[in-house]
Design a protein around this ligand. Structure first.
Ligand code: PHE
Length: 495
């Protein structure tokens, strides 16, 4: 069967940028910048992009485009024993999308609630007690929260309809889901810039505190942010690139994706801090106390801030619409990464059925987060996945491509198809810098987690997190050994 192709290069770029630009741009980057040295954070961030993010993105695009397969088939083509690394990657991908969709479900509930600004009195109480109906602790599950479950179903239906025909439907959807959130961000920015206090917000966001560069934590934060924001280590970029012709320019498109994503990170920071600056003035709260990340920013601080503005319902609705349109293309790119690999193996299976099966399975896996203890599980699982699984994939893929397949062979391929050439530095980055830096990050995390239980959660709950980090690793080892036996068998048969 001939492989489907993106209708144009621009559409591919939209899809790649759409995946990279997600909730992380709004609720992770600005917070990190505000916390770790303001404008000075751009230095470690740019360095991490240059030595880790950009080389890995180029690697993922090169592998997918050269091998013309999703992550399982592509890794297998790099070395027959390493198809299992693709399965390892996709196990993480599956778990990530199962909770990413839940966060989008909350955004949908907020969007619907924005018309009568339901959170205006007590934003914190609204999120934890009304929307999540959060239980006292992870020990009490508290049953399913039906409203959250219903909105999760709505989100999964939307995800399904974005990918039900594979890239044929993706390429239509991304024409909207990429520009719309950017326009909405711009509207929110213009609104915030007409309110008092926005300059104070920007001052905290942008004034460089150079001394913070001496803090190692700043550097680890920059490195993990770079992996996360470019949607690396989930098989997405490999899958998307596998639908390109083998001779498309890899260097240029890696640059465009990296710059567009980072530009939107910076831009979202302007929006977030302008609004927080306004809120600080209105509520007499120090700005540093307001700066938050994750669900705390999107569902408590920001809604509160928007409720203080004139026309609060309008800006609330625009903000949550922005989050929904920002997140959806990241969410479906995760599903697509899985589907592509399944369809590579089972060519005669129908795209829409595979999509339905994967969406349904991820929905079922996500129901755990719709219990009243859902937020705790989400927090734990997100912590372990981003601290271990994503890093492990990055390390293994750099070693597989750099050492086992050969960085130089891939570099020659990239240069053969690209206008601008990349130097030997790329080989060094892939073979040494990426694995060493990521192993260092992983070791730091491991020693912290072993010393102090993450957020003081009980052992059984953290056990789930550890299991999620360890089980895929065991599967990977078993698969690598299984494929090695096969290899040997084939060899002896040939002899
Ligand atoms: N890049 C997305 C963001 O910034 C998050 C993401 C990570 C999406 C990994 C897919 C895979 O929100």
């Amino acid at each position: 069967m001939t492989r489907p192709r993106w209708v144009s290069r621009t559409v591919f770029l939209f899809a790649a940028i759409g995946s990279a630009v997600g909730l992380g741009n709004v609720w992770r980057f600005p917070y990190l910048a505000g916390k770790y040295g303001g404008g000075a954070f751009l230095v470690p961030y740019a360095i991490a992009l240059a030595i880790i993010g950009f080389p890995l993105l180029m690697l993922e695009l090169a592998i997918g485009q050269k091998m013309q397969q999703g992550v399982v088939g592509s890794f297998r083509k790099l070395h027959p024993q390493f198809g299992g690394l693709g399965i390892f990657t996709l196990m993480t991908t599956f778990i990530v999308v199962s909770y990413y969709a839940v966060v989008m479900g909350w955004s949908l509930l907020y969007f619907l609630g924005s018309f009568d600004v339901k959170w205006s009195g007590d934003a914190q109480g609204y999120f934890f007690d009304r929307v999540l109906q959060l239980s006292d602790g992870v020990n009490s599950l508290g049953g399913i929260n039906w409203v959250v479950l219903a909105s999760l179903i709505a989100i999964w239906l939307s995800i399904y309809f974005c990918i039900w025909q594979g890239i044929k439907s993706v390429e239509k959807v991304v024409l909207y889901t990429v520009p719309v959130p950017i326009i909405l961000l711009a509207v929110l920015l213009l609104r915030a810039m007409t309110l008092p206090g926005f300059l104070q917000g920007w001052a905290l966001y942008l004034t460089p505190v150079w001394a913070s560069l001496l803090d190692p934590e700043v550097w680890t934060a920059a490195c993990s942010q770079v992996l996360y924001t470019l949607s690396l280590s989930c098989g997405i970029m490999v899958a998307y690139a596998s639908y390109r012709k083998t001779e498309e320019d890899i260097v240029r498109d890696s640059w465009i994706t990296t710059l567009a994503d980072s530009g939107i990170c910076l831009f979202s920071g302007l929006v977030v801090f302008a609004v927080l600056g306004y809120m600080a003035g209105q509520t007499d709260t120090p700005l540093t106390e307001l700066a938050a990340s994750g669900p705390g920013l999107a569902f408590v601080v920001f809604p509160k801030a928007l409720s203080l503005m004139p026309l609060p319902w309008l800006f609330g609705a625009l903000f949550f619409l922005m989050l929904l349109s920002l997140g959806i293309d990241s969410a479906f790119s995760l599903v697509e990464a899985i589907n592509v690999s399944i369809l590579d193996e089972k060519e005669h299976w129908q795209v829409s059925r595979v999509a339905l099966g994967v969406c349904f399975a991820a929905f079922i896996a996500g129901t755990i987060y719709t219990t009243r203890a859902g937020l705790y599980f989400l927090d734990i699982i997100d912590h372990f996945l981003t601290s271990y699984n994503l890093l492990l994939t990055g390390i293994f893929e750099a070693i597989l491509a750099g050492w086992i397949y050969g960085a130089e062979k891939l570099r020659r391929y990239i240069n053969a198809v690209s206008h601008r050439q990349i130097g030997k530095w790329w080989n060094v980055s892939l073979k040494f810098v990426v694995p060493i830096v990521l192993v260092a990050l992983l070791a730091t995390q491991l020693s912290t987690d072993l010393r102090t239980p993450y957020e003081g959660y009980p052992t059984w709950a953290l056990g789930i997190g550890w299991a999620i980090a360890i089980i895929p690793l065991v599967v990977l080892i078993l698969l690598v050994f299984r494929d090695r036996q096969f290899d040997r068998l084939e060899e002896s048969e040939q002899n």
